[in-house]
Design a protein around this ligand. Structure first.
Ligand code: SF4
Ligand code: SF4
Length: 466
């Protein structure tokens, strides 16, 4: 490992993220990612699946439990996608059908205009807002429970991608507008693989940033990232364009400890920390709305608000669920501010990243219920396509007790990883125990509190998605 990759403070705390084994040293992996067919072949396969899902959503049976598109999208893909982010970072974004459509439109009619500065500056806030809006719309109009509704959502997203691809350069939609890109950007920072360039080699490079700009044979970076300065998985989808273009073999794909990137974040962003908390609130409302006690809770809130309008009552409940984790992180940051050398907002941004592992765990625990209690529906709903009758037995893969054990195990892992991230972030910034524990303590209480809240909700009976 070069001296540039690692620098050491007086107390031997590593200040730059260390790199593990380079997967590109393996000839098979190196040959695979340098192949002209990577990631094209996977893109085509995923696009074929996307067309099938879209067709089923718009033309198939309108009962969600009988629609293959609904089951593939909400019972299989949505629950499994966080696992992909954890293992492979934003790789999904390299093979996502929306990205493929964007590239095709661009090649056919693209005006290739530069991305507006407004979008570059506030893109993540737009992503935060659109993710919240889509979840809200699902509860108001029943998007997930309606194959037609899900189909319309897919059509709307496709329209936005087509417009973005026609107007702007590269994959502006994926980097600055896609809500799934925002979620994948957050989660991918916990991933066990990362692509980075070797700054020692880049310093001597005379290629005029061919890794960023592209060459006649291979396009530049679709996410507008310059590998030499790349510090976060949130800005890389492992498309390997830069690996193919770099004439100096400066780029590596390394294996690292899960969540490690969070500990070494040099420029934490408030909007990323906000999204982490918004996701926590979204999981909260998703869990609450599946509880048997949910209608009674809405009635009680309606009584306080003196209205029985579902959109009004739900909107207030939804706003409260989002505000709770955001407010708790703000409170912990406020308590910490006088004990630290940073402002409340800076602490909000810095320590908000530490909550991402718990986010993933809560998100996965919630979706595990759908995957394991409804997973066989994918086979059942596919049967009519081959002329067979749809079975009527339970679509569950595992029983409720086994699912609960897995959910609690996931939450325990998430809490442990978030606690460790809080500790590492605090220790890196405040090396002595006398200074890092007082800073870390409010966030430790926050992680444990949110972990307990999620654990309690998974002890209660929930309803199915389809
Ligand atoms: S990654 Fe390669 S092409 Fe890009 S600056 Fe570094 S050495 Fe040059
Ligand atoms: S940094 Fe390299 S691998 Fe990552 S998105 Fe850009 S071109 Fe693709």
């Amino acid at each position: 490992m070069s001296t540039q990759e690692r620098s050491v403070t007086p107390d031997s705390e590593v200040t730059v993220e260390p790199r593990g084994r380079n997967l590109l040293d393996n000839r098979l992996v190196s040959g695979l990612v340098r192949s002209r067919l990577y990631p094209r072949v996977i893109q085509w396969a995923v696009l074929a699946g996307f067309v099938l899902v879209g067709y089923q959503l718009l033309t198939g049976p309108q009962a969600p439990s009988k629609n293959l598109g609904t089951v593939l999208m909400w019972v299989i893909w949505w629950p499994l996608i966080p696992v992909a982010f954890l293992l492979l970072g934003r790789f999904w974004c390299a093979i996502c059908p929306f990205a493929t459509i964007n590239d095709w439109v661009q090649r056919l009619v693209g005006l290739e205009r530069p991305v507006p500065p407004f979008l570059k500056k506030y893109g993540i806030w737009l992503i935060d807002a659109s993710f919240i809006a889509i979840t809200w719309a699902d509860h108001i109009w029943g998007v997930v429970a309606s194959p037609w509704g899900s189909g319309v959502l897919v059509l709307l997203l496709t329209t936005a991608v087509v417009l973005s691809g026609a107007l702007w350069q590269r994959r502006a939609f994926c980097r600055y507008l896609c809500f799934l890109g925002g979620v994948s950007g957050n989660y991918s920072q916990t991933s066990v693989v990362s692509l980075r360039a070797n700054p020692d080699i880049c310093k001597t490079c005379t290629s005029r940033a061919v890794c960023f700009n592209g060459s006649a044979a291979v396009p530049g970076c679709p996410l507008f990232s310059f590998p030499r300065t790349l510090e976060s998985n949130a800005e890389c989808n492992l498309c390997a364009n830069c690996i193919k273009n770099c004439p100096n073999d400066a780029i590596s794909i390394s294996v690292r400890k899960p969540t490690q990137e969070l500990w070494f974040m040099r420029k934490p962003k408030v909007e990323v920390a906000f999204l982490a908390m918004a996701i926590m609130g979204i999981v909260l409302i998703q869990n609450l709305s599946m509880l048997e006690a949910w209608p009674a809770m809405l009635d009680a809130l309606g009584g306080v608000l003196r209205t029985d309008s579902y959109p009004v009552v739900f909107t207030v409940a939804f706003a409260m669920a989002i505000a709770l984790p955001v407010g708790l992180l703000a409170a912990a940051s406020r308590i910490t501010a006088p004990r630290s050398t940073e402002t409340m907002m800076r602490n909000f941004a810095r320590f908000g990243y530490a909550l991402i592992p718990l986010d993933i765990a809560a998100h996965m625990a919630h979706n595990l219920f759908h995957l394991l209690s409804e997973g066989k529906a994918v086979l059942y709903t596919a049967m009519p396509l081959i002329g067979q009758e749809m079975p009527t037995e339970s679509p569950a893969i595992l029983g409720p007790l086994a699912i609960q054990v897995l959910q609690f195990s996931l939450l325990a892992l998430g809490v442990a990883a978030s606690l460790y991230a809080v500790y590492r972030i605090a220790r890196r910034r405040y090396p002595s125990p006398a200074s890092h524990w007082p800073v870390a303590t409010p966030f430790i209480v926050l992680v444990i509190g949110l972990g307990l809240l999620n654990t309690w909700m998974f002890t209660l009976p929930m309803m199915h998605r389809v």
